[in-house]
Design a binder for this molecule. Structure first.
Ligand SMILES: CC(C)(COP(=O)(O)OP(=O)(O)OC[C@H]1O[C@@H](n2cnc3c(N)ncnc32)[C@H](O)[C@@H]1OP(=O)(O)O)[C@@H](O)C(=O)NCCC(=O)NCCS
Length: 183
């Protein structure tokens, strides 16, 4: 898997040395899941899911780590998956696991590189993001990349003891190609 490079971060495939840190992020509810249900049952399960992901378009396993250009070492992970058995659309997810690395534009650039990658390597016409309506950073990230809010699914995500509404965001291949250069 190639390296995708932006101006702040690169996306590269996971290496065995990344996995312990990724597992720590997944295992810390404060880091990984204030608005979601990122988790994995065991370290071995994470290793197995990463190994099997390339052959499984529906896999939720991380597909790239996010690494700042000016340091070595991963600060986050991103993934993409086919979420519906019939509809032809790819969903994205993202996690900046190092709290100190948040708010620096790494998440947005990582997702920009990921959308480029998905449109370049697949035939899908739409890429989507689904996030808790209360997850302000995630919603702003999607909107900043010119994703359109297509609707809201009521009571569609259960975490922290209650049901949450989620926003559906999407962008088409054509919209992505003609978005403003700053997005
Ligand atoms: C969502 C997440 C990936 C954003 O990553 P990030 O690198 O901090 O985000 P960026 O610096 O690229 O900023 C993206 C947007 O979020 C906003 N933002 C970042 N942190 C914020 C915060 N704590 N509160 C409000 N807005 C915030 C930024 O201002 C920016 O929006 P703007 O351009 O309109 O100002 C990160 O917060 C995270 O990993 N969260 C936990 C996992 C998660 O919720 N993933 C998404 C599941 S759908």
């Amino acid at each position: 898997m190639g390296v995708l490079e932006g101006t702040k971060v690169r996306l590269r495939g996971l290496e065995p040395s990344d996995l312990r840190r990724v597992f720590e992020w997944y295992s810390d509810p404060e880091v990984a899941s204030p608005f979601d249900r990122f988790y994995t049952d065991s370290f071995e399960g994470l290793v197995q899911s990463v190994r099997e992901a390339p052959a499984d378009p529906t896999s939720l396993a991380p597909r790239f780590v996010v690494e700042p250009l000016d340091t070595s070492g991963a600060v986050g992970v991103v993934g993409h998956f086919v979420s519906h058995p019939v509809l032809e659309s790819v969903e994205l997810w993202y996690l900046i696991g190092e709290p100190k690395a948040r708010g620096r534009g790494y998440g947005r650039e990582a997702v920009r590189l990921l959308v480029d990658h998905v449109f370049r390597t697949s035939a899908v016409e739409r890429v989507g993001i689904t996030c808790d309506v209360e997850n302000v950073p995630s919603c702003r990230l999607a909107e900043g990349l010119a994703f359109r809010r297509e609707g809201t699914l009521r009571s569609s995500l259960y975490h922290h003891g209650r049901w949450h509404d989620t926003h559906l965001y999407g962008i088409t291949r054509e919209e992505w190609a003609r978005r403003a250069p700053s997005a």
